[in-house]
Design a protein around this ligand. Structure first.
Ligand code: FES
Length: 169
């Protein structure tokens, strides 16, 4: 991490601590905010958060590695989580898995080289009567078919492109 980036991160963490508080109960919302922006929680961020909240870095690390929505390693801008539990399994999750892997050129547990997509398994999303089901970031998609999955990925790609164009503009 470059010095400028580290300073920027420190400033953002101070703002988050001002917003959520400088105690243990602020840990999860701060981690979620960092994850949302950077798509991972770096070692530097974990250390800074520990210093800010005056807790041990191991405590921060254990929270990051406990929750599946938090990651120490870089994950995609679009985190696709396919339900692997029995109802979705019986409703064709394996076929959806293959479509996702073929479309994105990665296996489950991996992130695309451009950093846009990651594929992960997740347990029951509570949509068992509408399987197969998956999450894309925090949005749930149900009754998945090959065509629907391709359309969702296309939408993500164009969303990413329009964000990139907006940033350049
Ligand atoms: S089994 Fe997949 S949503 Fe419940």
């Amino acid at each position: 991490m470059l010095i400028g980036e580290k300073e920027r991160l420190s400033g953002e963490l101070v703002e988050l601590a001002n917003k959520y508080g400088k105690n243990r109960s602020a840990l999860l919302p701060i981690l979620q905010a960092v994850m949302e922006k950077y798509h991972h929680i770096s070692d530097v961020a974990m250390q800074e958060i520990a210093d800010l909240l005056e807790i041990h870095p191991v405590e921060v690390y254990s929270v990051v590695t406990f929750y599946s929505f938090l990651k120490p390693e870089r994950s995609g801008n679009f985190k696709i989580r396919l339900c692997k539990t029995i109802s979705c399994d019986m409703q064709g999750k394996e076929k959806i898995k293959n479509v996702l892997e073929n479309e994105l050129g990665i296996k489950f547990g991996e992130t695309t080289k451009d950093g846009r997509f990651s594929l992960e398994w997740v347990n029951c999303l509570g949509m068992c009567d509408q399987g197969p089901a998956m999450l894309v970031n925090y949005k749930v998609y149900t009754n998945l078919t090959a065509g629907k999955v391709k359309q969702i990925i296309d939408e993500c790609r164009s969303e990413f492109t329009s964000h990139a164009v907006q940033k350049e503009g």
